[in-house]
Design a protein. Structure first.
Length: 180
């Protein structure tokens, strides 16, 4: 329950999901890093966040889905090359990120941000920095890797996820590819 309104809520975010085979590939690569710091993100939770919504009243979810259904998507599959390992010290996160963000990804994120404005969900806008979190509570330098990261996250849809007790559950999905 939301303390202010006593309305039930869910913690929500939009993301590009990873295919199971890609999750395993990233997990194997992460294992080779032999991390001795931080808390590894469960493999089934690997994703690339598009927009974090936070606590959303259950009554708003249908409206959010309707608003998102009307946004213009890229019309083609998105490919994000995760080829940079980095540490976000303030967030305490070890992440994979793209050296270059695809313009189509930025346009999708902007469209989601605009679609969410009427719902008043974001307190302070932040610069979008695409990433896949490998570990949380990470407080060490960037680890050495025998092989440079080179993962091609390919998505033909994006998803609205609920975060509940450390697990992510898909609530709705929208295609990125125009129907034939």
């Amino acid at each position: 329950m939301n303390e202010e309104s006593r309305e039930p809520f869910k913690r929500l975010f939009f993301a590009l999901d990873c295919a199971p085979a890609q999750r395993r590939e990233i997990a194997q690569w992460r294992s080779a890093l032999q991390l001795r710091n931080g808390r590894p993100v469960p493999v089934e939770n690997f994703h690339l966040t598009l927009k974090f919504l936070g606590a959303v009243g259950v009554a708003q979810i249908a409206g959010i889905c309707d608003a998102v259904a009307s946004i213009r998507t890229p019309g083609e599959r998105l490919t994000v090359v995760l080829n940079r390992l980095d540490v976000w010290l303030r967030a305490g996160a070890l992440i994979l990120a793209p050296e270059q963000t695809p313009p189509a990804l930025l346009r999708l994120v902007y469209a989601l941000e605009q679609a969410m404005l009427p719902f008043g969900l974001e307190e302070a806008p932040r610069e979008y920095r695409p990433h896949l979190t490998l570990a949380r509570q990470y407080r060490a330098p960037v680890p050495e890797s025998a092989t440079a990261p080179q993962f091609f996250l390919r998505a033909d849809r994006f998803t609205l996820f609920e975060s509940h007790k450390g697990r992510y559950r898909a609530l709705a999905q929208w295609p990125l590819i125009d129907p034939p």
